[in-house]
Ligand binder design. Structure first.
Ligand code: NAI
Ligand code: MG
Length: 355
């Protein structure tokens, strides 16, 4: 396999961010050494850490670095310290600014519950066996970004989507489905909403033109809330608009049983993406080496696959993580006794063994 030279923006952020990012960096070092690749890591502040250092949650140098990088890794942002200081400057603005600044319109959240954790899920093991799905949530449109009206006794949120906005995210989902099991499910509410009828028309046209090889279906969002629990194995790639995706990704996360094991990717037009665990900055355990680094490491694997084209390395890293989970080499949140650093080291030692 060809050697890869890549520049990766490293945004550790707040709370447990720096602790889990240290394990991500070390894993990248191991992968580079094993595969003969070169990863140039450029560390920049974001969120509360950037507010402390520079008075702004997304310094322009951070955004510039991300724009010039092949991929962006993010730990987490936020914490009670900045909630009090000044409500006009907030850590979360760093993340929102990054998403819009990089044009990241598709948020991918894979859910693959691991047998070792079936007990942690509210669903029965027989329902979870074989679940392997990805929710692709539209990230920059819909109700969250529409015109808002707030009067004392009336309020309004406007939901808008254009053909172009729908097409680009459905295309992302279609490409992903093609690289996976070939099944694409559109979730909408076309019996009630005009925007959903547009989604349905645009998606159906696109699938007919460009993705006729996929097994395509449409499910109404209320039914989907049920199907995710009653028959989760039936789904491969699920694509939907912003609000529905926000709700369904949280529901899907419950299938996996643990926050500390869920990665995510946010993608735009090109190959560059932003990769981060779905959990937050966990201020309650920050600075104590208690954080589970696995979701961060699985986010690194998504980056290797989706932005750097290093499929083999991604697979090896995922395998190393799941092997550690199977054998109980995990942090306290998963019932183990390892520190953040020890869990990261356990993953790395497996990476070096396959070499
Ligand atoms: P959280 O995800 O940070 O923590 C929820 C619970 O899960 C806590 O008990 C925490 O200790 C635990 N937890 C989370 N990640 C863990 C890990 N890797 N290992 C072990 N335990 C872990 O959510 P919370 O408490 O609602 O938010 C804390 C801060 O994080 C807030 O400021 C919030 O705004 C921010 N946040 C940031 C996100 C991001 O950067 N993308 C996403 C969600 C929240
Ligand atoms: Mg949410």
């Amino acid at each position: 396999q060809a050697k890869r030279v890549a520049t990766i923006a490293i945004l550790a952020g707040d709370g447990i961010g720096p602790e889990i990012m240290a394990e991500a960096e070390a894993a990248l070092g191991e992968i580079a050494a094993v595969g003969g690749h070169r990863f140039d890591l450029v560390r920049r502040p974001i969120g509360g850490a950037a507010i402390d250092a520079l008075g702004c949650p997304l310094p322009s140098e951070t955004l510039t670095t991300c724009r010039q990088a092949d991929a962006v890794l993010l730990g987490a942002v936020g914490g009670p310290r900045w909630d009090k200081v000044d409500s006009k400057i907030r850590p979360e603005q760093g993340l929102l600014g990054l998403r819009s600044g990089l044009g990241l319109f598709a948020n991918l959240r894979p859910v693959t519950p691991h047998p070792a954790l079936f007990g942690a899920s509210p669903l029965k093991p027989e329902k979870l066996e074989g679940v392997d799905l990805v929710v692709v949530r539209e990230l920059t449109g819909g109700l969250y970004f529409g015109r808002k009206l707030e009067l004392p006794d009336q309020a309004e949120d406007v939901c808008t989507y254009t053909v172009a906005e729908i097409e680009r995210v459905v295309r992302r989902a279609g490409d992903l489905a093609r690289a996976r099991r070939g099944k694409l499910t559109l979730v909408d509410k076309a019996n009630v909403l005009a925007t959903s009828r547009l989604w349905r028309r645009v998606a159906e046209d696109l699938v007919r033109r460009e993705y006729a090889d996929l097994d395509y279906e449409v499910v109404l969002v209320d039914a989907m809330a049920m199907h995710l629990l009653s028959r989760p194995t039936d789904f491969d790639v699920i694509v939907t608009e912003n609000l529905f995706g926000d709700i369904l990704t949280d529901e899907a996360a419950m299938l996996a049983g643990s926050m500390g094991l869920l990665p995510s990717a946010s993608l735009g037009e090109g190959s560059r993406g932003l990769f981060e665990p779905i959990h937050g900055s966990a201020p309650d355990i920050a600075g104590q080496q208690l954080a589970n680094p696995m979701a961060m490491l699985l986010s690194v694997a998504m980056m290797l696959r989706l932005s750097l084209g290093l499929d083999d390395e991604a697979g090896l890293l995922e395998q190393a993580v799941w092997d550690c989970v199977s054998e109980g080499q995990v942090t306290r949140d998963l019932g183990g006794s390892l520190s953040t650093g020890e869990a990261g080291a356990a993953v790395r030692s497996r990476l070096s063994q396959v070499a």
